[in-house]
Design a protein around this ligand. Structure first.
Ligand code: UTP
Length: 292
């Protein structure tokens, strides 16, 4: 892939246990819980496809078979709906498997995000690939991935998605040490995973979108377990930036953090308010409940 070719391969690590959503995630993967009208993972796939990706790699764990099933044709259901002449519904569901070419890699044990990404190695044949964490649902035009890819085409290297967070929130995120090269774009000099606010090099936090050079895999093979005893992607990126450039880009748009219950509720409200019919219902409900 030349540096000017749009990113084509996208990796989604979905092998985590989703413990913050128990008991809902006891038997259903977090990524399959619905946000408005489709599972969380479908929102991420939509962003990757809208950004030009044609190959999607899911890193799955045990108990995630429903994700694979969701992105396949449901022949029986399609037949049944056709018999009932529900052509709109057939068209809605039959498009899903055709969104992209889907591949699956198994992470046998959830040993950390770095370990999960390494499981995608054999599918990432191009010089760069996109990495999307489906917990972060992004609302933006152009897509956040396209914004990152535009920076990559200009500067080369790997690109991280950044957001400024409150100083007391640094211990929830990977934080970068960086210098601004143009408004909103930073050359990364270092990274720290979830630092205490007193030790954080900045308040620029890494969010769930990346464009990574394929050489990340050689660094992922060398890192040792880091914070929390897990193989951390940030440790591999910190190692990579000693030999090749890594930039960060403050994305333009809205991030909805669906990794926590509070964020999921907010995402549901924000998404509902964007839909004409659902907006009416949200506002009517708030009136009924005497909130507004
Ligand atoms: P999180 O750290 O948010 O974990 O992982 P989680 O399992 O989704 O949720 P909690 O913390 O238990 O509630 C960030 C992303 O990395 C994936 C997760 O599936 C999620 O998309 N991941 C994490 C893996 O694929 N494998 C791992 O070993 C760890």
């Amino acid at each position: 892939m030349s540096d000017f070719e749009t990113i084509k391969q996208a990796v989604f690590p979905v092998a985590g246990l989703g413990t913050r959503f128990l008991p809902a995630t006891k038997d259903i993967p977090k990524e399959m819980l619905p946000l408005i009208d489709r599972p969380l993972i479908h929102h991420g796939v939509d962003e990757a496809v809208a950004s030009g990706c044609t190959e999607i790699v899911f890193i799955t764990g045990t108990g995630k078979e429903s994700i694979r099933k969701y992105f396949k044709h449901s022949i029986e259901l399609e037949k049944h709906l056709l018999n009932q002449n529900k052509k709109d519904l057939v068209s809605l569901i039959s498009k899903i498997p055709d969104l992209a070419a889907f591949h699956y890699a198994l992470q046998e044990e959830p040993l950390g995000l770095g370990h999960a990404v390494l499981c995608a190695e054999k599918f990432c044949s191009k010089s760069h690939f996109a990495l999307l964490l489906p917990d972060d649902v992004m609302i933006s035009t152009p897509t956040v991935l396209t914004q990152l890819d535009t920076v990559r085409k200009k500067y080369g290297g790997s690109i991280l998605c950044l957001e400024k967070v409150a100083n007391n929130e640094t211990s929830r995120y990977g934080i970068v040490d960086a210098e601004e090269v143009e408004p909103g774009i930073y050359k990364i000099n270092g990274l720290v995973e979830k630092p205490d606010p007193k030790l954080a090099p900045s308040n620029l936090a890494i969010m769930g979108r990346y464009i990574l050079s394929r050489s990340i895999f050689s660094h992922l093979k060398r890192i040792k377990p880091g914070r929390g005893g897990e193989f951390q992607l940030t440790d591999a990126i910190a190692s990579m930036l000693k030999s090749e450039p890594v930039y960060g880009c403050i994305f333009k748009g809205k991030r909805l953090d669906c990794g926590v219950r509070e964020g999921w509720i907010k995402a549901t409200i924000v998404k509902a308010l964007q839909d004409k019919k659902l907006r009416k219902i949200v506002l009517e409900t708030l009136k009924e409940e005497r909130i507004i």
